[in-house]
Design a protein around this ligand. Structure first.
Ligand SMILES: [Zn+2]
Length: 82
């Protein structure tokens, strides 16, 4: 079962709090589109609703412990412009 988790994140740029949707236990059979987004990195991108700055949120997919994931601190990093 694919379980989305909405996590509050704070924009490092402007300090605005927003919602970032994470997915635990993505099922490749029922959610092939999510797998594609995960592979392309799209699922890891958070866009600030206020300043529009985008961040990559590095969190482990297919997390085993749902509660740990919801509580855990998520590292956010600037998207590398290459
Ligand atoms: Zn912001």
């Amino acid at each position: 079962m694919t379980r989305p988790i909405v996590k509050k994140v704070t924009c490092p740029n402007c300090g605005t709090e927003g919602d970032f949707v994470m997915y635990a236990s993505i099922n490749a059979e029922y959610n092939p589109e999510l797998i594609k987004k995960m592979e392309s990195g799209e699922l890891s991108i958070y866009e600030c609703p206020k300043c529009g700055k985008k961040y990559i949120c590095n969190y482990p997919f297919l997390y085993n412990d749902y509660n740990d994931m919801a509580r855990g601190i998520m590292p956010m990093s600037d998207i590398q412009h290459t």
